[in-house]
Design a protein around this ligand. Structure first.
Ligand code: SAJ
Length: 418
């Protein structure tokens, strides 16, 4: 069977290479010509463990090729981004463009699967777009000779563990009808070891939004606790560790805020769809979005007590052990501190090679972690990278430590644990 994967990003490219490794003929599509040319040479534009080897062997085997235009296939997978606009409303432009790009290539019997995180009702809209454009196709089982099948199957992989989770995670599949669900489930069984859970398209769409909102609300709870503890002079990390000994309590970890392209975005899709009902989810978003501001205020208060303060900022990525700086609260915090010109900053981020352009100011220097700490009065830990584990606790003596992740807790004299 031939599969056409539209969108060769964090989800599409791993999926395309995995399918090729399972023997499918895969035609990958991306609007970015550099991405396409790179992939055709076996090169990968994304940092993700094991992905480069998978793409290389898929391209070498001849089963994966990339292009800027779709081609005829049996199955089409749409894996494009669904960002949100300034007003917190979902932006379906890429999904619409991807769907409309494949419509001319559809033949009776084809299956279209949407994997992009999408507002409830998007899969049905794709069906409408197809029916508007192609009178020769139908969605009815009674017209089997020209029917096509459409499903939603949300991706659930965690950046940093994509190749593993793509195979091992359970998957939810919701078709626009039972025949679509069944065919999609049969297809995923070729490469997914986890359970395949069948439902309808709207429930599957809602499930994805629910999963990320669940995590956002729970992180907001932890972040709110960190604010309360700061106010009441209690160590939030010790508090959470103790509370989690209760058999039915499992509190997540506070941090500098919530980043990434999913958890800080998806809850807005629910708020947008049901503003009257989604009150808790909305508030959680606000709590998490305000956390970086709180960290900045805390650090500025401490810096104001010093003459020509120097701050070591440890970590820029949106979470541990990755190099992704997009939508990173740590990045936002450092950028803000930079602009206030209240201190000299030494920034350490072991996963990148140089200071990002946005931080290139006279008062900001790129350094390794230990050098940054040596130079600093205040040490601001933003990301719990494994690479920071080797930092000697002695270095932190006499420093003011603002540990947004509770990382140095055991090792240092932690003055503030925001
Ligand atoms: N974070 C905390 N405290 C925690 C856990 C996370 O502050 O206790 C922060 C992280 O530092 C990061 C943000 O939350 O800034 C999100 O990180 P994450 O590791 O929780 O999630 P993502 O965004 O990398 O991936 C999520 C996953 N969803 C869930 O765990 C429910 C992943 O499975 C999804 O596939 C992905 O979103 C997606 O694409 O939707």
């Amino acid at each position: 069977k031939k599969v056409c994967v539209v969108g060769l990003g964090y989800i599409g490219l791993p999926t395309a290479s995995l399918l090729a490794m399972r023997g499918f003929q895969v035609h990958g599509v991306d609007v970015n010509i550099h991405t396409v040319e790179g992939i055709n040479q076996g090169k990968v534009h994304i940092t993700e463990p094991e992905l480069d080897r998978a793409v290389q062997s898929a391209v070498q085997s001849g089963l994966l090729q990339a292009s800027t235009v779709p081609a005829e296939a049996d199955i089409f997978i749409l894996a494009v981004p669904t960002p949100f606009r300034e007003n917190n409303r979902p932006d379906l432009t890429y999904v619409e463009q991807a769907a409309k790009a494949v419509i001319p290539f559809l033949r009776p019997g084809n299956l279209i699967i949407l994997e992009s995180t999408s507002p409830v009702g998007t899969t049905e809209r794709i069906a409408d777009w197809i029916m508007e454009a192609r009178e020769d196709l139908s969605l009815s089982d009674s017209l089997l000779y020209n029917r096509i099948y459409i499903s939603y199957c949300p991706e659930r992989v965690l950046p940093g563990q994509i190749m593993h989770e793509l195979v091992e995670n359970d998957r939810i599949i919701g078709g626009i009808d039972e025949a679509s669900t069944r065919w999609t489930a049969d297809f995923y069984k070729h490469f997914v070891k986890g359970a395949i859970l069948e439902t309808n398209a709207r429930t599957a769409e809602m499930a994805k939004l629910t999963e990320n909102s669940f995590r956002d609300v729970n992180i907001a709870f932890a972040n709110e606790l960190s604010l309360i503890c700061d106010h009441l002079d209690i160590d939030v990390w010790e508090l959470i560790r103790l509370a989690n000994h209760h058999p039915r309590v499992n509190i997540l970890q506070p941090g500098p805020g919530v980043g990434g392209h999913c958890i800080a975005v998806d809850p807005w899709f629910l708020v947008d769809a049901a503003p009257e009902q989604a009150k808790l989810i909305h508030t959680a978003r606000i709590v998490n979005d305000q956390k970086p501001r709180h960290v900045v205020d805390k650090v500025l208060q401490l810096a104001a007590r010093l003459r020509s303060p120097v701050i070591a900022c440890l970590g820029l990525s949106f979470k541990a052990n990755i190099d992704d700086l997009r939508e990173s609260p740590s990045m936002a915090i450092v950028e803000h501190l930079t602009k206030t010109e209240a201190a000299t900053l030494y920034v350490a981020e072991p996963h990148i090679k140089q200071l990002p352009e946005r931080l290139q100011y006279e008062n900001v220097f790129f350094a390794d972690a230990e050098e940054a700490i040596r130079k600093a009065d205040i040490v601001l830990l933003l990301v719990n990278h494994e690479a920071f584990r080797s930092i000697s606790p002695d270095l932190l003596q006499e420093k003011i430590v603002v540990d947004t992740r509770g990382f140095f807790l055991q090792a240092a004299r932690v003055e503030v644990g925001v």
